[in-house]
Each structure stands twice: as structure tokens, then as C-alpha cells.
Write a protein that binds this ligand. Structure first.
Ligand SMILES: Nc1ncnc2c1ncn2[C@@H]1O[C@H](COP(=O)(O)OP(=O)(O)OP(=O)(O)O)[C@@H](O)[C@H]1O
Length: 386
């Protein structure tokens, strides 16, 4: 008569579909019981795909056929990903996430990551199920700002589990790359990385995923917008007039990509003295109002330069969560409320259909491969960029 040890040893030969490791090595076999001539197995797997379940049932039954007369297999698996997003047209590689907010800036260093973190944590504090995706492949700062530095990513099957901290699910390119590792990102690599961050991370059914983009307007923004219907974009800028020119480029990009504009955050708008709490104007304040009007959007908030914001970023303790009584925390909270209201308004009508690539599969939108010489000479480029 077979023992539990015999069954487990036989199951060492059952590979998890698509992998070299067995279901025992993965730790998916949770319970083995012998009841007379029958064996009752309980498995807990990470895939909701029907094909994975049926392949496992087939392989296990075959493997144990010479050892026991009957095999009863109970398989626990995650619920199938439900379509949460309201978009019905275009492409969506993460349909279980209801809304996507793209946080962008025209140039680096204006406080885009700081804004992403505090808006996201504020939204979670208001009862939303929130995630942060740090897609700033050139300078992923979110792990430091959320206190995740040095933490190992947990891999389940072939997917990575987001960290859960300060009420938010977080995954960053920085946690997936080795510290100090520098990559030269080229177009195709960027596209793949962005897609994988959406597809191969075990995101829960979120209300809002905040995405911290690399500064500027480039391949990452286009890929994201083509991969999921972005509910709205948030532009972060400082109030100096020179910064506003960069900001315009970022707002133009939202328009070109048919992304509704959720609003502008005017960051480093004035300085709040930590000693006397008085607010003074340094770079100019309120210059974003005209810009917002021009793009038919709103200023979500004016965030002062406040040492507590920087300290919160450096120590992994976002100001909105750890110093809720501070002036900045209150302004982030209001900005987040305004953003949630906007998201709720536009959520039903978002589509990325109009920005899907028109080039044949395998030909990048800016590659002339596949275009005839004649087309190139008459058109400039074969892909429509002249
Ligand atoms: N309102 C503020 N008051 C004080 N410090 C701030 C404020 N906003 C941002 N900072 C600080 O400025 C620095 C740059 O901010 P952050 O990393 O958020 O900018 P970024 O636009 O995301 O930069 P990058 O382009 O490098 O990703 C950080 O040290 C941050 O703590």
C-alpha cells in the first residue's frame, strides 16, 4: 500500500506546465491524504488558466496510476481575472485594473515620483484599492520613497508579486534590476519592459494604478498608452516659466495620445518655512492656472517646497501618510480627491483604439523596414514619420 511519502516522491516527477520545476519544488502540493485505495491531493496554484489545471490533472493521474487505484485532486486557484476596466475598445493587457493614471513631467527632477507616491497613498487613504507602477526605467526612485530598498521581490510561478506597503501595492523597475545596474534602454527594450510590468506582475483587482513615467515624451509613454486604455494623465511641473514650456510638451503628448488630462500639479510652488510656517513665493506661484485653462484642465494642487516632503521621500515615509497634519499632506489629500472625481467622470469613455500601431506585426512604428523604396522616397519615411 502506498504511503504519503511514496505519493510525494512520485509527484516530484510532475512538472508545473511550462516550467522545469516540479509541483513539489514550487510548493504547490498543500496536502496528501490516503483513504483506503484512494489518494486525495490538494494543490494551490498561481494560475487561473483552465489549460494549466487540466494539464496538471492529466499528468498527476497518469503519474499516480500505478501507485494508487483512485486519485481525487482538489485544485485551488485564483479567480479568473475579471474585466474591470470600462474600456470596451482598443487594447488592454491588464483588464482587471479599473483605471490607469499616467504621471508625467516634461523634464526630470520636478517632483514627479514624489507626487506619484503621495497622490497614490492619499487615494488609498480614501478607501481606493491602489497600486504604484514605477515605470521610470532611467531613474526608478519609488523603492526609496516607499521604504522598499533592499527588499527581495517574491516570484510566484513566472510572475512577480508587488510589495504591499503604506496601504498600496508597489512594483518598480528598480526592484527588478540589480542595484547600481545601468542599462542602455533602446526602443524595443522599453516596449517589452513596460508590457512586462503590466502583464507579468501579479496586480490585484485595483481601482487605480498610478504609473510613474520616465521624464519627457517618448517610447515608454506611447507603449503604455497602446497597451492599456489610460484613464487620464497628470502633469507635474514647477512654476517657473521655463518649466512650463516643458510642461506644454507633456500636455501636448497627452492630447496626441488621446489621454484625458486629469490635471496639473504645481510642485515647489512657494516655500513653507519650517520655523514660522509662513509661505513665501520663490519660483512664482499660480503660473499653472493659465496653462490649465489652455488645455481645458484643472490645477489639482500647489505643493510648496517643504522639508518634510523631501525627508519623507528620503526616508521612505510619504508625508501624506506619516505627517497628515502638515500643510503639504492636506494639499495632497485635496489633489487626490479632485483626481478621483475626475477619474470617476471619464472612466467609462476611455479608449486607446485610435493610437494602435498601424504598421504590420514585427515592424516598429518608426522603422522603415518593410516599406518599399518608392514609398520611402515619396513619403519621407515608410511609417508615416516625415
Ligand atoms: N515639494 C517639495 N518639497 C521639498 N522637496 C521636494 C518636493 N518635491 C520633490 N522634492 C524633492 O526633490 C527631489 C526630486 O524629486 P523627485 O525624485 O520626485 O523628482 P522626479 O521628477 O521624479 O525626478 P526624476 O526625473 O529624477 O525621476 C527629491 O529629493 C524630492 O524629495
Amino acid at each position: 500500500m502506498a504511503t504519503v511519502a511514496d505519493i510525494k516522491s512520485a509527484l516530484e516527477n510532475v512538472k508545473y506546465p511550462g516550467f522545469a520545476k516540479s509541483i513539489i519544488e514550487f510548493g504547490f502540493v498543500k496536502d496528501v491524504q490516503i483513504d483506503g485505495s484512494a489518494c486525495i491531493l490538494t494543490l494551490d496554484i498561481t494560475s487561473s488558466a483552465k489549460e494549466v489545471e487540466s494539464k496538471l490533472r492529466e499528468d498527476i493521474t497518469q503519474t499516480l496510476s500505478g501507485i494508487v487505484e483512485e486519485v481525487i485532486i482538489n485544485i485551488k486557484k485564483p479567480e479568473e481575472e475579471k474585466q474591470q476596466s470600462n474600456s470596451t475598445s482598443g487594447k488592454n493587457i491588464a483588464p482587471h485594473i479599473k483605471n490607469f493614471v499616467m504621471v508625467s513631467s516634461g523634464k526630470g527632477g520636478v517632483g514627479k515620483s514624489t507626487t506619484t507616491v503621495n497622490l497614490a497613498v492619499a487615494a488609498a487613504m480614501q478607501g481606493k484599492r491602489v497600486g504604484i507602477l514605477d515605470a521610470d526605467i532611467y531613474g526608478p526612485n519609488i523603492p526609496r520613497m516607499m521604504g522598499l530598498q533592499g527588499r527581495e521581490v517574491e516570484v510566484i510561478g513566472n510572475k512577480a508579486k508587488p510589495f504591499r506597503i503604506h496601504g498600496v501595492d508597489v512594483m518598480s523597475m528598480g526592484s527588478l534590476m540589480q542595484e547600481g545596474q545601468a542599462l542602455i534602454w533602446r526602443g524595443a527594450m522599453i516596449m517589452k519592459a513596460i508590457e512586462q510590468l503590466l502583464r507579468d506582475i501579479l496586480w490585484e483587482n485595483l481601482d487605480i494604478l498610478f504609473i510613474d513615467m520616465p521624464p519627457g515624451t517618448g517610447d515608454a509613454q506611447l507603449t503604455l498608452a497602446q497597451s492599456v486604455p489610460v484613464t487620464c494623465g497628470v502633469n507635474v511641473t514647477t512654476p517657473q516659466h521655463v518649466a512650463l514650456d516643458d510642461s506644454r510638451r507633456s500636455l501636448d503628448m497627452f492630447e496626441k495620445l488621446h489621454i484625458p488630462i486629469g490635471g496639473i500639479i504645481e510642485n515647489m510652488s512657494g516655500f513653507i518655512c519650517p520655523k514660522c510656517n509662513e509661505e513665501s513665493d520663490i519660483f512664482g506661484m499660480g503660473t499653472c492656472e493659465a496653462l490649465a485653462e489652455q488645455y481645458n484642465t484643472q490645477v489639482l494642487g500647489n505643493l510648496p517646497i517643504e522639508p518634510a516632503i523631501r525627508e519623507g521621500g528620503d526616508s521612505g515615509k510619504p508625508v501624506v501618510y506619516f505627517q497628515p497634519e502638515s500643510e503639504s499632506a492636506k494639499r495632497y489629500m485635496i489633489a487626490s480627491q479632485k483626481l478621483i472625481e475626475y477619474v470617476d467622470q471619464v472612466s467609462d469613455n476611455v479608449s486607446n483604439e485610435e493610437i494602435q500601431p498601424t504598421t504590420p506585426p514585427g515592424v516598429s512604428a518608426c522603422s522603415t523596414a518593410g516599406a518599399s523604396t518608392q514609398a520611402k522616397s515619396s513619403n519621407g519615411g515608410g511609417c508615416g514619420c516625415h
